[in-house]
Write a protein that binds this ligand. Structure first.
Ligand code: NAD
Ligand code: DAU
Length: 345
């Protein structure tokens, strides 16, 4: 089988490629290498005979067409996206282009060339924000509340429309918050690990009581594999590990884990700094994964405790990767997002 993986140089895409290369698939990774795309994420497998990398933009239909023509994929898996909510609040232009128009290019070419399966990697954020009770099911109405999630919901609706209108064999996976190795430090977990190491302030938005539903990236990758193998055309599958946590508790767990592993540094909860909230900050995400568990026989294997311990180890053991992502462009973004936020406590 030949898989065209769009956005495979990012966090989840690179973990997915590494997982799948052990099986009998040929993979072409098509990635623009934005600030979030990093070929170091795949350095260990770049010479694998079943793996090819092509640098390209999913918004560039001409180049994408050449790739479809030459590689002739059986399966298309779309990870390519602008993925960070805070950046979409600063400026949503690239989100609209890549997440919507780019996805449309992939759909159009998948239809033109004929494929066996199109997998859209989506998010639980498309459902909006929950109150204290309840879970997102696949029937929860779409109610995205920030430009990132609105662009992802738009893509989901387009993907679905290609199934209904044109009979394209599509499947959508909607996953909660991923963590694990190779995650870009703009996201809460790597940001907190790295700020612990630098003995700097750890910014927590608002009261820190927002809840996210965490899943280890490898559990997500295994779920996507199950969807490719057994997912029913036209269906949506929620992916989650039922590991809801308040942000402040996530941050405290990380502080305690890093402090344990690096006792020579002054790492403590005193580093926590409550800052002005994210605009439109969704209060709670919680996913009901019963459908994928029952129908595709997938289940998550990695507990948050175990996954966090391994993730902290990975960041501590990979200083050259960390150095490569803490570059000038990241510092510019960091300043734009954090420097004007008022400190609350
Ligand atoms: P990421 O930001 O780490 O990686 C995105 C990748 O897409 C990068 O390699 C980037 O270079 C590439 N890319 C961006 N624009 C492109 C374009 N125009 N053409 C080609 N490549 C392009 O993101 P991630 O966290 O790995 O997320 C991957 C996908 O999973 C996204 O679609 C995201 O919405 C979805 N998702 C993420 C999470 C999460 O917690 N990170 C959870 C659920 C769903
Ligand atoms: O739920 C799935 C989504 O999870 C994915 O679709 C997104 O691509 C992914 O980025 C993630 O979105 P979040 O906005 O939930 O992730 P982030 O790591 O940015 O934030 C997690 C929580 O932590 C959120 O409530 C905001 C808060 N936060 C985040 C940062 C960066 C802070 O309190 N301080 C911070 O500095």
């Amino acid at each position: 089988m030949r898989y065209l993986v769009a956005g495979g140089a990012g966090f989840i895409g690179s973990n997915f490629i590494r997982c799948l290369l052990d099986s009998d698939v040929e993979i072409l990774n098509f990635d623009k290498l934005t600030y979030a795309g990093n070929l170091l994420n795949l350095a260990d497998i770049e010479k694998n005979k079943n793996y090819t990398f092509v640098k390209g933009d999913i918004c560039d239909r001409k180049t994408l067409k050449k790739v479809f023509n030459k590689f002739k994929p059986d399966v298309v898996v779309n990870f390519a996206a602008e993925s960070h909510v805070d950046r979409s609040i600063l400026d949503a232009d690239e989100f609209i282009k890549t997440n919507i128009a780019g996805t449309h290019n992939l759909l159009k070419l998948s239809l033109e060339y004929g494929i066996d399966k199109f997998v859209q990697v989506s998010t639980d954020e498309v459902y909006g924000s929950l109150g204290k009770k309840g879970f997102f099911t696949e029937d929860t109405p779409l109610n995205p509340r920030n430009p990132y999630s609105a662009s992802k919901a738009s893509a989901d609706v387009l993907v679905k429309s290609y199934s209904v209108t044109h009979g394209l064999p599509v499947v959508i996976g909607r996953c909660g918050n991923n963590y694990g190795p190779y995650q870009f430090p703009e996201k809460l977990i790597p940001l907190t690990i790295l700020h612990c190491m630098k003995e700097g302030k750890i910014p927590v938005y608002g009261d820190g009581l927002n809840i996210r539903d965490w899943i280890h990236v490898l559990d997500h990758c295994r779920a996507l594999d199950a969807i490719i193998q057994k997912g029913k055309t036209g269906e949506v599958y929620n992916i989650g590990a039922k590991q809801e946590m308040k942000n402040i508790d996530v941050v405290k767990s990380i502080i305690s884990e890093v402090a344990k592993k690096v006792p020579e540094k002054k790492i403590s909860e005193r580093q926590i700094c409550f800052v002005e909230d994210r605009k439109g900050h969704d209060r709670r995400y919680a996913t009901d994964p019963s459908k994928i568990i029952k129908t595709l026989k997938w289940k998550p294997k990695i507990s948050f405790k175990e996954g966090l311990c391994e993730t902290v180890d990975w960041y501590l053991e990979n200083p050259s990767w960390v150095k490569s992502v803490f570059n000038k462009s990241y510092m510019r973004y960091y300043k734009a997002n954090y420097s004007k936020r008022k400190v609350i406590a």
